[in-house]
Design a protein around this ligand. Structure first.
Ligand SMILES: [Zn+2]
Ligand SMILES: [Zn+2]
Length: 360
């Protein structure tokens, strides 16, 4: 009883700290503050390295915020909770959320958006609530990344930036649903809403691109064209549903022309999963007139401005942005975790279709 009302102490633990842009991470002893009101402190069990971490670490298209602890795709166990938290208790298994869900704002109460106005993507390296850090080394503040910072044995997140999951889910695998896999699946299912028999072109076959392929396959796409410059992706991509692999560096003509030729005028859907804004233009050119849709998922590495000829839109194409696959993180992710646990494969697609109205 006493422990439940006592204030949690500062924890000293190891974390991988980035001291400057592009500098090797250094394992440091860091102090992790107790969770503040409506926050939870998590013992991180598994964390992935996402391309967005690397992009921000290199800081080519971002403001420089250092020293900093990266990591935004993680699973863990709640160690302690701050004042006012009733949703979590120590021992709960959770996934961290780099974009949160307050459940109350204009976007959280709309079925059209997952862009929470209160707990959305944090870009200043601070906590949402008081714009301070929860990490320090000998009194010097260490900045956060996306208000998650999972490259640490312990971290503090807002309770709206974590979601409770089934305790039997394997934390080392399920952490991928905290960013990349969910982003790709959602882009195919929820954002593009791929229809059966469609043709799909996917630029970039990393975790996100392969997850788009998996989503497209489950949606019944008839042809899934994967584009990458790494020939080793070819075999792996097939396992995720890619029917045609194109190595763009080996094509004798522009890749968009190849795609238009083999799809009778362009794909129904194209996905940019690289983070190259020039590739968005190529993806748009690879779509068909009339209903072709390009969905962007990548985070720009260098040039955050896109250019596109107006003719693409005049001919009926659509360019759609997406973050986290359009999922409402707290509302939708437990369903994906449960489906993973049930090993739902072919039935996955139909269940998602049937439950769409309940999911969002
Ligand atoms: Zn990510
Ligand atoms: Zn909100």
């Amino acid at each position: 009883m006493l422990s439940s009302i006592s204030t949690p102490a500062v924890i000293t633990c190891k974390a991988a700290v980035a001291w400057g842009a592009g500098e090797a991470l250094v394992m440091e002893e860091v102090e992790v503050s107790p969770p503040q009101p409506m926050e939870i402190r998590i013992k991180v069990v598994a964390t992935s390295l996402c391309r967005s971490d690397v992009t921000a670490w290199l800081s080519q298209a971002h403001i420089h915020i250092f020293p900093r602890i990266f990591g935004h795709e993680a699973s863990g166990i709640v160690e302690s909770v701050g004042q006012g938290v009733t949703e979590f208790e120590p021992g709960d298994h959770v996934l961290t959320l780099f974009t949160g869900e307050c459940m109350k704002c204009k976007h959280c109460t709309s079925n059209k958006s997952n862009m929470c106005q209160v707990l959305g993507l944090e870009r200043q390296g601070l906590m949402h609530s008081d714009h301070k850090t929860r990490f320090s080394i000998k009194g010097k503040p260490i900045f956060h990344y996306c208000a998650v910072s999972s490259f640490s044995e312990y971290t503090v997140v807002h309770s709206g930036c974590a979601v409770k999951i089934c305790s039997t889910a394997p934390l080392d695998r399920i952490c991928l649903l905290s960013c990349g896999v969910a982003a790709g699946l959602g882009a195919a299912w929820k954002v593009a809403d791929i229809s059966e028999g469609s043709t799909v072109a996917i630029f970039g076959l990393g975790t996100v691109g392969l997850s788009v392929a998996q989503g497209a396959k489950l949606r019944g796409a008839s042809r899934i064209i994967g584009i990458d410059i790494n020939p080793e992706k070819s075999e792996k991509a097939k396992a995720f549903g890619v029917t045609d692999f194109l190595n763009s560096s080996e094509c004798k003509e522009p890749i968009q022309q190849v795609i238009k030729r083999i799809t009778d005028g362009g794909a129904d859907y194209s996905f940019e999963c690289i983070g190259d804004t020039d590739m968005i233009t190529t993806a748009l050119q690879s779509c068909c007139d009339g209903w072709g849709m390009t969905v962007t998922l990548g985070v720009p590495k260098v040039k955050p401005v896109i250019t596109a000829h107006y003719a693409f839109f005049l001919t009926g194409r659509t360019l759609r942005g997406s973050l986290f696959g359009g999922w409402k993180p707290k509302s939708d992710i437990p369903t994906l975790v449960d489906m993973y646990l049930k090993k739902v494969s072919c039935a996955f697609y139909y269940i998602i279709r049937l439950s769409k109205t309940h999911l969002y």
